[in-house]
Design a protein around this ligand. Structure first.
Ligand SMILES: [Zn+2]
Length: 392
């Protein structure tokens, strides 16, 4: 690797997606060429597009649900995510009283506008609620008292606040106005994902016809115990046309179910998210998620104290990739795509290593068995931090 002058450089490595040797060149923060490499390439060096997580509720001790969050806090979270391989994310706001939630969205959008780094890092907004199912189990860690039926005017308010920014909306299609609201959301350029719902199969299909394309964290946002003959998992798996996100932390979805979902849907209909909250990137302890106080155990699982209810995860997107690869018993390169290119494609944004694109990428060093040992992120052609050592 040679990094000449400020942000100009060249790297020869194996490409994560094609698994072919490539030569990547960049200048002034943009990639200028990605070409097949005929010369020698370091045997254990790989290059990959950075991770892209569409569901980040907080990170590194910063809770995005808190109105006291300062621009410095937000910047700190974005930089920590970046140093851990994730250069872009959708800042995710969860259920709250509707006027309060809209005001929060407006506020975080103003914080983002003030800083060029935040404009690059926050690629869009994910609203998870308040249009979810208030039923026990299906509401998850969201406050059922704040949930309201979705109407088209709510969607127009979101668009008015977000301008032309990418928006992902997670909702339950069981509300009477959902099909009309979904159609308006899609017309206004949003992506609609179904989640925290006990929708019937007919209801799911109506939502797909209206334009919904996703399912948010399949296997979660539902009670821990389900009817074995008819439940939301079977209904979603039997509904064509939906791309499902999974939280691959080994706990939100058990390893056998994780593998089965891949077999049923096929990898192309799946992307991963960490669903990270403030505790991600920090040791076990007590953290906040909006008005909730949550416990993070040594297993990195986030729980409402004294219950089995899971509330987001404390794994970073980078840890999620390697946990997914271990559960699927697949190469890390395959799992990497599901938290980099796949979510970008789902929300309609570029996600690969392309000439003309930003010089943001990850460099991975592997051992003799092709196991990834370290990951270093480059942002605008410069190292975003020291290499992160992966736990064996
Ligand atoms: Zn959720």
């Amino acid at each position: 690797m040679s990094i000449r002058r400020e942000s100009r450089g060249e790297l020869r490595a194996w490409h994560q997606a094609t698994r072919e040797p490539v030569c990547v060149r960049w200048a002034r923060g943009r990639i200028t060429a990605v070409e097949p490499c005929s010369g020698a390439v370091p045997e254990r060096r790989w290059i990959a597009p950075p991770l892209f997580d569409v569901q980040i509720n907080g990170f590194g001790g910063v809770d995005f649900q808190r109105d006291a969050m300062s621009p410095g806090d937000l910047l700190r979270a974005a930089r920590q995510l970046r140093a851990a391989g994730c250069t872009r994310f959708f800042l995710t706001l969860m259920t709250d009283a509707w006027p309060r939630l809209l005001a929060r969205l407006e506020r975080v959008r103003r914080l983002r506008a003030r800083h060029p780094e935040l404009r690059q890092a926050i690629a869009g907004w994910h609203l998870e609620g308040p249009f979810l199912s208030p039923e026990p189990g299906f509401c998850g860690a969201h406050d059922p008292r704040a949930m309201i039926p979705i109407r088209a005017e709510h969607v127009r308010h979101i668009r008015a606040v977000t301008g032309a920014d990418p928006v992902l909306l997670t909702l339950s299609p069981t509300w009477a106005g959902a099909p009309a609201a979904i159609a308006v959301a899609v017309r206004l350029g949003m992506r609609v994902s179904l989640g925290h719902t006990d929708a019937s199969q007919a209801c799911l299909r109506r939502a797909v016809r209206a334009g919904a394309t996703g399912v948010t964290h399949l296997g979660n946002g539902c009670p821990a115990v389900l009817d074995r003959a008819d439940n939301i998992l079977w209904r979603v798996l039997d509904t064509p046309g939906l791309i499902a996100s999974l939280i691959p932390d080994r706990v939100h979805v058990s390893p056998p179910l994780f593998r089965l979902i891949h077999r049923v849907l096929g990898a192309e209909a799946i992307y991963y998210t960490s669903d990270a909250m403030a505790a991600a990137g920090l040791p076990p302890g007590t953290y906040t998620l909006g008005r909730l106080t949550l416990e993070v155990g040594p297993d990195r699982v986030v729980r409402l104290p004294g219950t089995r209810n899971l509330a987001g995860s404390a794994v970073s997107p980078l840890q999620a990739v390697f946990r997914a690869a271990a559960m699927r018993r697949c190469a890390w390169q395959e799992a990497w795509s599901r938290l980099a290119q796949a979510p970008a494609r789902f929300v309609g944004l570029p996600g690969g290593l392309e000439a003309g694109g930003p010089a943001d990428f990850c460099v991975l060093d592997v051992d003799a068995r092709q196991k990834a040992v370290t990951v270093q992120t480059f942002w605008s052609g410069r190292p975003a931090g020291p290499p992160v050592r992966l736990k064996p």
